[in-house]
Design a protein around this ligand. Sequence first.
Ligand code: IDP
Ligand code: MG
Length: 151
Amino acid sequence: MSAERTFAMVKPDGVQRGLVGEIVRRYEARGLKVVGLKLMHVPRSLAEAHYAEHKGKPFYNGLVDYIVSGPVVALCLEGKNAVAVVRAMNGATKPWDATPGTIRGDLALDIGRNVVHGSDSVESAKRELDIYFSKDEIVDWTPVAHKWVTE
Ligand code: IDP
Ligand code: MG
C-alpha cells in the first residue's frame, strides 16, 4: 500500500479562533483519511521534544510557550503522499509568503500564529506521531469512498 501517514496539528490559535472544523474539513475534502484525532493540552516536555530541532533559535522559547498556551488538535492523516500534500495545503511558514488557497494563506497573518503544523518528512512524521499518539489512538479503517479517491 502506497498510503503514507503524517502528523498535523491545529495549533492553539486555530482552536481559540474556532477554525478546527474549517481546517479538518480541508484535509478531509482533499481525500486524506483521519486515522487519529484528539484535543489536548500539550505538556511542555512534549512541546520541547516536538521542536527539539529548533532549540537555541531566537524563537524557540516563544514557540514552546505558544504550543502549550491552550488546547491543540492533534491529527494523524493518511493518504498518497500525505506528508507533502499536508505541507502544501498548510502553506509557507511565513503566512505573508503563503499562497492564497493554502491554510496559512487564507487564515493566518503572523509567523508565531500560523495556525497549523505539518511534518516535513516521512521520518519526522514517524517521530512526531510516536510522541503524540499511542498505538491504540490510531484507528485503521477504510472509508467507503476510498476507491474514488485513490486508484
Ligand atoms: P514549519 O511549521 O512550516 O515546519 P519551522 O521552520 O519548522 O516551520 O518552524 C516551526 C514553527 O516555529 C513555525 O511553524 C512557527 O510557528 C515557528 N517559527 C518559525 N520561525 C519563527 C520565527 O522567526 N519567529 C516566530 N516563530 C517562528
Ligand atoms: Mg517544521
